[in-house]
Structure formats: structure tokens, C-alpha cells
Design a protein around this ligand. Sequence first.
Ligand code: DHE
Length: 520
Amino acid sequence: MRLASVLATGFALLAPLAVQAAEPDAARLYTETCAACHGGDRLGAIGPALLPQNLGRLKPAEAKEIILHGRPATQMPGFADQLSEADAEALAAYIFAVPESMPQWGMAEIAASHVLHADPAALPDRPTHASDLMNLFAVVESGDHHVTILDGDRFEPIDRFRSRFALHGGIKYSPDGRFAYMASRDGWVSVYDMWTLQMVAEVRAGINTRNIAVSGDGKWVAVGNMVPASVVILNARDLSPHTVIPVIGDKGAESRVSAVYAAPPRGSFIVALKDLPEVWEIPYVTPKKPYYPGLVHNYEPGMVEALDVRDQAFQVRRIKLDDYLDDFFFDQGYENLMGAARNGRNGQVVNLIVGRKIADIPLSGMPHLGSGITFDWNGRRVMASPNLKENKISVIDMTTWQTVKELETLGPGFFMRSHEKAPYAFADVFFGPNKDAVHVIDKTTLEIVETLRLEPGKTVAHAEFTEDGRHVLLSVMEDDGALIVLDAATLEEVKRLPMRRPVGKYNVANKIRYEEGTSH
Ligand code: DHE
């Protein structure tokens, strides 16, 4: 072959290669580099799902950095030695693109994902540790995706286990406090035995999940999903799936679920919807008589006990509203719910008995109602809620639904907590330059009496009390973070435990007794 021809052939070979280098084949790179851990369908495997809905607040540029250099404290390695900058950029764009058809996640897929780690029938009938079962805490450490079980008398960990990736929403307990239920943003629901310190069962109930609720009778777990738009009912004992309820409106439009809550006095789950101006009520017990129009039960009193629970229909009662509500707060009797839409407009009070709005409330600043607390003030019951968009805490009279006070804070807050026996409420300043501040509010005067700076420059958030209300625990939400225990009356620091970005912490007694100062 003559030299010219050799060069021509060489260039001909090089030319397409140069084009390939400029436009990496993201689908092929995904299959070769990511699929083993994140699933060929991007639904997740040992790594999280890589779909736009599951990537949260991550930006494509941050995703590219993670692809090249890994994510500290996780199993995600860096691929800088295998991938070019352009490859990583193409992969980042690929995982942010909506797939041509969204993967199905119905009854068959949920059932196939079910894992039984221990036979619920064979679990010991007494605890295998000596800690006070009512004063245990489950602490979510999101830095390395673990949960620590903490003895709330000694403030000592008694177990620490790897959770599913990115738990979100509160951990919920069975009514007797024995079983802890947790959900990951990727749809995994896990049940853990607080008596014998072991995982019992897990199931993937959705692709993108908001949160879970446990029924007041302890028999059911409801899972609220964004993708697919559904509420999934699981058997609480072993998490086997019972029913999938698609969330579809009159005109066939789907709605993502923004949260599901249990309303034990009503024997129902209440579902907040993101895309339909409706609230759904799904009874988990069969009412002895129809207690609201539109839901017809033919069962006679006394028959409920004789029924196989599988006969229950989980029929949906749709309460139509004139605005969207995606964050709720209930009164103690679960007769009214106060709702705020994320658009920051006025809130509404919806009476669940009559099934309609009964009051508008002046709420601006995007109150995080799910984080609100109630207490008695001046002979009336009030609720206080932090705001995600404005520097204030709103205090609302729960009889007149009027705002009785607005406290100015050092920034928007996320979580607020107190305890019936504690004089103070604690509210974090989650966003902005004062993210290290925690306001201490006197529940009698409704004044901020102290602003704590427990770890200057670092986010300090999410207070929770011990069972007796004497101590309050706060998270330093950093990867090399800590759990700080304070005396709830003197505000003295009692203990500091190193933890990996601790977020929420959940006290068994406060949760199962629906303590007025904690989330339900
Ligand atoms: Fe949450 C609970 C919604 C971002 C940590 N969060 C909840 C609940 C809702 C909600 C509806 C109540 C569910 C329950 O009780 O089971 N959260 C939202 C959002 O819409 C928002 C702003 C955006 C999103 O990403 O979904 C959001 N949440 C966050 C975070 O960025 C936080 C701080 C860290 C994280 O891990 O994601 C966070 N959310 C929490 C925690 C709870 C929670 C710790 C449980 C609070 C409790 O004490 O019960």
C-alpha cells in the first residue's frame, strides 16, 4: 500500500473516532459503567435510582463531579480514570433525561421485590436487650445511610445498621413501639424489630416515594408515591403488598402524592395530593356504620371483628377542594386538617366529618405544617409552625383559626419541637447564614428567650425530646456531625455523640402516644 493510501485510511479511521469522542454514546457508557449498581432500567439496585424524579436537588454539574470523583461516605466510586470530562457530562445529561417510557411499578413488581429477613412468627416474644423500650430513639444518619438505635436514658447507641439509600420522612412505629418502619426516597420500605435489633422485611413499594404511615391498629402501612402516582397498602407484619391504589382524578389525570398520614381516631389514612385539588381519605377499618356520604358499607355492627381483614376494600373518599393542599396539620381529635399549599397562598381548614373547607386562614411564607406542634396558651389550644420561605414562626389559635402571634426568626426554619412537660419549644433556622442558630421559645410568653449556637457555622436542626421531656436532642447536620443532648429546662449540654450527618430522630414513646410536641 502506498504511503498516501495508508495515511488516507488512517485518517478515515481517525475521523469517526474524533466525532465519537466529541459525542459520547451515553446509553452505552451507562450500560458499561453504571448499570451494574444502578440497574439497566435506571431503577436502582445497590445504588439509587437514576431518574430525574429521584435526583432531588442535585444539579447536572454536581452529578458530573460525582461520576468522575465519587461520593464520599458511600459506595459510589469515581470513574475519572475511565471516563473523559465529555463522557461524564453526557452521562449526567442521560440520567437527567426522562426515559421514553417510565418503568412500571405495580403489584407484580412490588411483590417480586419483597425480602423477608426474619420470619415474623418466629421472633422472640421478649427483648434481647435491657434498654427502656419506650425511651429508645431511631436516629437517621444520612451521611453514610445508617440508622442508629439510641438508648434514651444513657444516650448510648445499642445498634447501628445500614439503611436503604436516602431515607426521608419520619420513622413510624407500630402502636406498641416494637417495630420501626422507614422509607427511602427510592421507594424501599423496611421494618426493623426494636426488641431484637434486627431487620425483619423490606419491599420496594414505588420508584419515587414521599413517606409512609402506619395504621392505628398496627395492621397496615400506607406508602405515598410520586412515581408511579399511587398509594400502596402493605401488611405491616411482613410488608407483603395488599393493594395498589392508583391516584387518578375525574378526568383521568394522575396526581403525585405529597404525603400520607394516619388518622387513628377515624380509622383511616389521609392523603395529600400534589396535582389535584383534593384530599383523600382511605379507611383501613371497616366503619360499623357509614360515617360519611359516598362510602357505603353494608356491614352490621359486630361483623367487623369476624371479617377477614383482606375483605376490606380500602375504598377512597375524595374530598374536593378549591385549591391544592400538600402539607397538613391535624387537630388532636383528627376532625379538622389545616392545609397549606406550597405556592404560599392562604391556608384552608378542612373538616373531615362534613368533608369540606370550613375556614380560610391567613398563612403566608410556606409554613411547614407537618412540622408544627400544639400546646395550651392562655387557656386555648394553639399550633405553632415554622416557615420554609419567611423568617417567622406562626402561632395559630386552633378554635378561631386566627394567627395570634408571629415571631421573627433569624431565617426560614424546617423543624419545630416541644413536649407537654417542657417549658420551651425549639425551632431551627435551617436556611441562610444563620443555619447554626436554634431558637428557644417560651411557650407561656410566646417569646424567643434564647438563641443557641451549638456548633458555629454548621447546620443544627431537628430537635426531639426524651420520653419524660427532660432532655432535647439536636442534630449537627454535617458529615462529621454530632447528636447534641441538652437539658431541656437549663439548656446545659449533657452529651455529644459523633454521627454522620444525623437528620431526624424519633422517640418511641413520643411517637406512639402522639405527644403534642412531636410529629405524628
Ligand atoms: Fe422532608 C418529613 C416534605 C426536604 C428531612 N418532609 C417530611 C414530610 C413531608 C416532607 C411531607 C412529612 C412526612 C412524614 O412525616 O412522614 N421534605 C419535604 C419536601 O417537600 C422537601 C422540602 C423537598 C423534598 O426534597 O422532598 C423536603 N426533608 C427535606 C430535606 O431536605 C431534609 C431536611 C433532609 C432529607 O433527608 O431529605 C428533610 N423531612 C425530613 C425529615 C422529616 C421530613 C427529617 C421527618 C420529620 C419528623 O420529625 O417527623
